[in-house]
Design a protein around this ligand. Sequence first.
Ligand SMILES: Cc1cc2nc3c(=O)[nH]c(=O)nc-3n(C[C@H](O)[C@H](O)[C@H](O)COP(=O)(O)OP(=O)(O)OC[C@H]3O[C@@H](n4cnc5c(N)ncnc54)[C@H](O)[C@@H]3O)c2cc1C
Length: 350
Amino acid sequence: MATSQRKIAVIGAGIAGIACARTLAQAGHAVTLLEKRLTVGGRMASCETPFGSFDNGAQYFTVRDPQFEKALSVSQALRKPWSANAVRVLDPHGRVAEAALPAREPHWVSVPTMDALALHWAQPLALAGSLELQTRVSGIEPDALDRRRWQLHTSGPEDSVHVFSGFDAVLLALPHALAVGLLRQSDIAPALAQRIEPVTVAPCWTLMLAFPQAVQPTMAHLGPQWNAAHSTHHRIAWLARESSKPGRSAIERWTVQASPAWSQEHLEDDGARVQAKLLKAFAEVTGIYAEPAYAQVRRWRWARTENPLGTSHLWDGRTRVGVCGDWCLGHRVENAFVSGLELALAVHRG
Ligand SMILES: Cc1cc2nc3c(=O)[nH]c(=O)nc-3n(C[C@H](O)[C@H](O)[C@H](O)COP(=O)(O)OP(=O)(O)OC[C@H]3O[C@@H](n4cnc5c(N)ncnc54)[C@H](O)[C@@H]3O)c2cc1C
């Protein structure tokens, strides 16, 4: 059984789902990767605007894990070091509270945008017809024709519905709360759902700003000379000059992440209200009071893991249901990668 080909569904095409699906496909299994959005990458997300791109999810990634390093070594052209190494800590008024520490490790970004790595790694799956975009899985149940297998109910554009059937295994590569929700709603693998429940993940409101009136390198930057900083302002936890990342357009652009506590407090607020408050805080911290030509907020309901599962994945060989995601191990892109990889190896071993 360990070496025979199996038909496997992976739900969610973030880094964890892609790492998992790729590994299983490379091991010879028939994989279907289902993703509710138009594109892959999940929280390793980027968006295009008339002023250039924004990485509105993960800002950069670290490479501590040897398996992640190995996978990246064959995609070298897609990553570049970012000088955000010299990250400062700012007080609420934008004064440097802690000077930049010497770089402990490189901070890497994908080029030309953070989602490029996910797109590249998912490409073989897309070419093989194994990637189903705009396909939201709404239910998992025993296959109508063979109760030993699984079938998935999905919804797509314009309320279209479809059933994918005949899966020997179903793997959920979703944010923890969505994984619990799908398992509970489908009434399968209750033991897995129970194990995930103690995991906690903080939200993050993210603000994107463009100031085309200041273009590097012909004009000086607007505001501070640093490119990335942690902030102790009660609204803001992180600021980064997007235009300082390698391979991006020169138009001055900033990404601002609200603090976990403030994001939680304002989770259900209206986007316009959140935008106004974060813009005010941004001006206080950076001294940039110019009117942005572009401003947009994005809410991440599950952004940064606070209390991880503590093990790389969960796999129930009896029900043939598994789960993976960054929240199993931590809050980083490489945690997501390792989690997906380890789940795939466990499933392949049978
Ligand atoms: C604002 C922010 C900043 C961050 N900054 C950093 C950073 O600087 N460095 C770092 O290393 N990490 C950072 N992270 C964390 C990093 O983005 C995550 O660790 C990683 O991307 C998680 O990958 P994942 O595959 O586990 O989950 P996700 O990326 O969330 O993937 C889950 C996928 O499942 C899909 N999905 C959900 N429900 C369904 C369904 N029912 N059917 C089908 N598909 C579904 C989603 O659309 C998504 O594509 C940040 C995250 C956020 C939000």
